[in-house]
Design a protein around this ligand. Structure first.
Ligand SMILES: Cc1ncc(COP(=O)(O)O)c(C=O)c1O
Ligand SMILES: [Zn+2]
Length: 368
C-alpha cells in the first residue's frame, strides 16, 4: 500500500493532501512499488508519462499533461571527454521542474484539492502555476523579491497569485509555511510526489542509453529535487532488477551558497549553518536544504561527491554554452561549470550524463 514514510523516526502516514511533513519535523518519503513493462512503454508517445506504471497516480483521468518530457540527450565534448546532456529546458515552462509539477499537481487533482500554496526561487513556482491552471486549482506562489522578472511574469501569466517576499529564499519559505495550515502545501522540496515526477529523468536516460546505466550523473543541488529524483529513479530500476547498479551521483553547488559542499567535505551527516553570499545561480541559492541528510546519504552510497563553483566559473560556462547553441540560465550553467571541473582533473573513462535545467530567457534581464 502507498504511504508517506519518515526515514528519521520511522513513522508512516496514510496519503492525504494536508500532510507535508512528519510530526517529528522531518521530510517524508513515498512508499510506492514501480513497475517497468518496457514493451508497454515503447508503444506510448515519447513523454515522461510513458512510464505510467512507475508513476503514483491511480486514475488516468487525473493526469495533467502537456506532452512533457523525453527531452533530447545530446552528445557534447568537454576537455576530450564525451558527455551526454539532457536538454531539460525543453519543457513547457522552460525548466525541468515540470517533471515534478505534472505529477504533484495531478495528485492534487486526484485528491480533489481546490487551492495550493508553493514557495520557490521562480521556476518551480512557474511549473506549479502552469499545471494548477490546467487543473483549475487556485494557487499562491511565494517568491523572493529579487527573483528574475521573467519568472515573476511567467507565474502571473498562468493566473497564479504572486506573493513577493522581502528578504531571503528562507524567509520566503517561512511565509508560505504560515499560509499552509488550511491550504495544502504543493512544495517541491517537502512533497515526495514531486520527486516521483523528477525521477523520470532516470527512466529517460536509461531508455535513451538503450536500457543501460551511465557511470556518473552530474546534477545541480539547491534543494536537490532533480538530484534525489534521479537517485530514486535509478534505485527503483535496480530494485526491479532492470539495472545492476546506481550511477555515481556528483552534485554541484555555487560556492556562494554551498551548505552541502561544506557538509560533505567535513564528513557531516546534516548540513550546518553557512554564510550565504549573492549568486547569479538563484535557483540553487538554498542555505538550508530540507532533504540535506538524504542528499548526503545518496552521495555517499553511490561513491559520489559535491563540487562548488565560483561566480566567474558560472558566467564563463554560461557564455560557452551560448556559443554551443544553448541559451541556458545561470543556475544551469553552474552545473556545467561543475561538470567542467569534474572532467578537468583527469580523463574520465566513464559515461557521464548531465543536464541543462533552465531556459536562458527566464533570466535575460539579470544577464543583461
Ligand atoms: C534552472 C534550475 N536548475 C536547478 C535548480 C535546482 O533544483 P533543486 O533546488 O531541486 O536542487 C533550480 C531550482 O530552482 C532551477 O530553477
Ligand atoms: Zn518522523
Amino acid at each position: 500500500m502507498e504511504r508517506f514514510f519518515c526515514s528519521n523516526c520511522k513513522r508512516s502516514y496514510s496519503l492525504q493532501p494536508a500532510r507535508w511533513r512528519c510530526d517529528c519535523g522531518s521530510f517524508l518519503d513515498l512508499e510506492f512499488e514501480s513497475k517497468f513493462p518496457i514493451q508497454k512503454f515503447l508503444k506510448r508517445t515519447p513523454t515522461l508519462w510513458r512510464y505510467r506504471e512507475a508513476i503514483p497516480i491511480h486514475s488516468d483521468a487525473s493526469i495533467l499533461s502537456m506532452e512533457e518530457g523525453f527531452t533530447p540527450l545530446e552528445e557534447f565534448e568537454f576537455n576530450g571527454n564525451p558527455v551526454l546532456i539532457k536538454i531539460d529546458y525543453l519543457f513547457p515552462t522552460g525548466s525541468y521542474k515540470d517533471r515534478g509539477a505534472t505529477v504533484l499537481i495531478s495528485k492534487m487533482k486526484e485528491w480533489g484539492v481546490q487551492k495550493v500554496v508553493e514557495d520557490s526561487s521562480g521556476n518551480a513556482g512557474s511549473a506549479i502555476a502552469a499545471y494548477c491552471t490546467k487543473a483549475g486549482i487556485e494557487c499562491d506562489i511565494y517568491v523572493p523579491h529579487d527573483t528574475s522578472p521573467g519568472k515573476l511574469v511567467q507565474i502571473q501569466a498562468y493566473g497564479a497569485t504572486l506573493k513577493k517576499v522581502e528578504g531571503s529564499r528562507e524567509r520566503t519559505a517561512e511565509k508560505a509555511m504560515e499560509a499552509v495550515s488550511k491550504i495544502p502545501y504543493a512544495s517541491h522540496c517537502w512533497n515526495p510526489f514531486f520527486l516521483h515526477g523528477t525521477k523520470t529523468f532516470a527512466f529517460e536516460v536509461w531508455e535513451q542509453m538503450n536500457w543501460k546505466t551511465p557511470d556518473t550523473l552530474v546534477l545541480p543541488i539547491g534543494h536537490g529535487t532533480l538530484f534525489l529524483g534521479a537517485y530514486i529513479g535509478f534505485k527503483e530500476l535496480k530494485k526491479a532488477g532492470m539495472i545492476k547498479r546506481i550511477p555515481k551521483l556528483v552534485g554541484v553547488q555555487s560556492l556562494s551558497c554551498a551548505p552541502l559542499y561544506q557538509a560533505f567535505k567535513n564528513g557531516w551527516r546534516e548540513p550546518g549553518p553557512i554564510e550565504k553570499k549573492e549568486t547569479v545561480a538563484e535557483g540553487i541559492a538554498i542555505a538550508t536544504p530540507i532533504r540535506g541528510r538524504q542528499i548526503l546519504e545518496a552521495i555517499r552510497e553511490t561513491g559520489g561527491e559535491i563540487l562548488a563553483v565560483t561566480e566567474k566559473e558560472i558566467k564563463v560556462a554560461l557564455k560557452e554554452m551560448g556559443r554551443k547553441g544553448h541559451f541556458i540560465e545561470p543556475t544551469s550553467s553552474a552545473t556545467i561549470a561543475g561538470l567542467k571541473k569534474y572532467l578537468k582533473e583527469k580523463r574520465r573513462k566513464e559515461t557521464v550524463v548531465s543536464t541543462f535545467t533552465g531556459m536562458g530567457l527566464k533570466s535575460a534581464e539579470k544577464m543583461l
